[in-house]
Design a protein around this ligand. Structure first.
Ligand SMILES: Cc1cc2nc3c(=O)[nH]c(=O)nc-3n(C[C@H](O)[C@H](O)[C@H](O)COP(=O)(O)O)c2cc1C
Length: 399
């Protein structure tokens, strides 16, 4: 019998792992307050941020991914983001990126989503296109980040972007996209969202950050077009909004759609609020973008930053992106998630208590400690549901 054929009641855990067991403290904390977006309920607000594992062959997830993602669900994360998955092969950053460009990618993704659900967590997937940052060596290679040439399996001749401007000397000069290219890529995003739905993904996120294709259209630092897709902010947002609108129209209405943005290219702002980059990409343009996304039915703006300039002016210290998230939440009046060097439970709780974000995402801290949810519960004095198989560890701690 495979997990897909198990009756649902045999694998569901009640209450979900990571749920606060009602007591005075859990009512006060926000981190452990459940939240509902459309038809999806999270048992807490702690989310595993999308992280490329650069461990796929031809885009397929494998046993490593199954174990990796299940480990966070078993340990109570409210939602688990599955890494950026490319909507077409040439939209991969590296040869080892995950992909969702064909139907045969669905079954193993379904296995991951089923496992995540079986623990009471929510499976989310990020889909994206690397744009001008495609075709480089993975971080595991000694040539990490350098251009992967055609003779070694790369595809520099297929790298696309808004304009023929390379990110740096290490990258290839992308081909300026035609309207035909834009229609093709839009269609790839739509098809990827259909596959994600079939694979049991409950929350979809579109990657519009870190200098990849969508972000590179938004920013004048990478988009120098003179047609209706470049120049004014309205023009630069046209293609990104078109893709996202088409996905929203296709993605089931009862399922939430998130968009990850880079709040700024950090050209002149030292990582803070301010320091305009009107012709490039700055926080005030992000506020306008967030409002537009909200209008077309995007549920959560996931606020990250940077990635579109080879040299940017900021340092990534603890909580460094939280002020950007707070500003966008306030100014655009949207639901947001905060990410970036959030490691301490009390900080995560304070972000939510002070209304700076609605969800917190952790990336590297979950790699260090997949049981971070239990650590947070302990430090915030909240008793939470443990997996029954591990309950003895919890009882010993509280006895
Ligand atoms: C190994 C690794 C892979 C990542 N892959 C992605 C990705 O697929 N998509 C994405 O939007 N961000 C990705 N990121 C960025 C993280 O989601 C997160 O925004 C960043 O690491 C800051 O959070 P942290 O300080 O909690 O690690 C990745 C980060 C790491 C460390």
């Amino acid at each position: 019998m495979t997990i897909n054929s198990l009756p649902q009641q045999a694998i569901n855990v009640h209450p979900s792992i990571g749920t606060a067991l009602v007591d005075a403290h859990s009512k006060e904390t926000k981190l452990f307050r459940p939240s509902t977006m459309r038809s999806v309920t999270l048992s807490n607000r702690i989310i595993v941020s999308p992280m490329c594992m650069y461990s796929s062959e031809n885009g397929y997830f494998n046993d490593f991914h199954v174990a990796h993602y299940a480990s966070f669900a078993i340990k109570g994360a409210g939602m688990v983001f599955i890494e950026a998955s490319a909507v077409e092969p040439s939209g991969r950053i590296t040869l080892e990126d995950a992909g969702i460009w064909c139907d045969t990618h669905i079954p193993v993704l379904r296995q991951i989503t089923t496992l995540i659900k079986s623990q009471g967590s929510v499976p989310a997937l990020q889909i994206g296109h690397a744009g001008r940052k495609a075709s480089v060596y993975s971080p595991f290679h000694e040539l990490s980040g350098l251009l992967l040439k055609k003779e070694f399996g790369g595809w520099p001749d297929q790298v696309i972007g808004p304009s023929a401007i390379a990110l740096s000397e290490d990258y290839t000069v992308p081909k300026e996209m035609t309207e035909q290219d834009m229609s093709r890529v839009t269609e790839k995003f739509i098809k990827a969202s259909i596959r994600a739905d079939k694979a049991g993904v409950e929350v979809l996120e579109i990657h519009s950050a870190h200098g990849y294709l969508i972000h590179s259209f938004l920013s004048g630092n990478s988009n120098q077009r003179t047609d209706q897709y470049g120049g004014s902010l309205e023009n630069r947002m046209r293609f990104p909004l078109k893709i996202i609108q088409c996905v929203r129209d296709t993605w089931p209405q009862h399922k939430p759609l998130w968009v990850r943005i880079s709040a700024s290219d950090h050209k002149n702002d030292h990582g803070d609020i301010g320091g305009e980059d009107k012709d490039g990409w700055d926080i005030n343009q992000s506020v306008i973008y967030a409002r537009e996304l909200n209008k077309i039915g995007v549920d959560v703006i996931d606020v990250s930053s940077g990635g579109n300039l080879a040299i940017a002016d900021y340092s990534a210290g603890p909580l460094y992106q939280v002020p950007l998230c707070h500003y966008i939440k306030k100014e655009a009046n949207v639901t947001t998630s905060a990410v970036g060097v959030i490691t301490e439970p009390k900080d995560a709780e304070e972000i939510l208590q002070k209304g700076k974000a609605d969800y917190v995402l952790l990336a590297r801290e979950f790699l260090r400690d997949s049981g971070w949810v239990f650590r947070a519960a302990k430090e915030l004095h909240v008793q939470v549901q443990w997996p029954k198989q591990y309950a003895s560890a919890d009882r010993e701690r509280y006895s």
